[in-house]
Design a protein around this ligand. Structure first.
Ligand code: FES
Length: 118
């Protein structure tokens, strides 16, 4: 059965390398924090769960980029992730990437594409 889509925010709310918009998803039968960002003009979404200790990345709500706006960074111990893939770039994530979510931008809005039911 095809998954459904959910409106997350207006596209204009996401500034390039700016603050993330947080939302929630169902993941493994539980409600989990997630976020969307804009980077290089495109939108990306991830579970808000560090590869190190499964805690949220934000140092302040929605603040997930490093000070240069170059990479995503976990506020707890500094694990660094590529914004366009979620790949671990360094720090205690030790190769564990962020879990990427399917996000689409269309008609001035950003949508989360829920996975298909098993
Ligand atoms: S919990 Fe994210 S770097 Fe340790």
């Amino acid at each position: 059965m095809a998954g459904s889509e959910r409106l997350i925010c207006a596209a204009a709310e996401l500034a390039d390398r700016g603050k993330a918009v947080r939302f929630e998803v169902e993941h493994c039968g539980e409600t989990a924090a997630a976020f969307v960002i804009r980077f290089g003009g495109a939108v990306y979404g991830y579970l808000n769960r560090c590869g190190h200790r499964s805690i949220e990345l934000d140092w302040r709500e929605g603040e997930v980029f490093d000070s240069e706006g170059r990479n995503l960074i976990c506020s707890m111990h500094g694990a660094s992730y590529a914004p366009a893939s979620g790949r671990c770039l360094g720090g205690p994530c030790a190769g564990t990437p962020l879990r990427r979510l399917r996000i689409e931008e269309r008609g001035g809005y950003v949508y989360y594409m829920e996975p298909e039911d098993d």
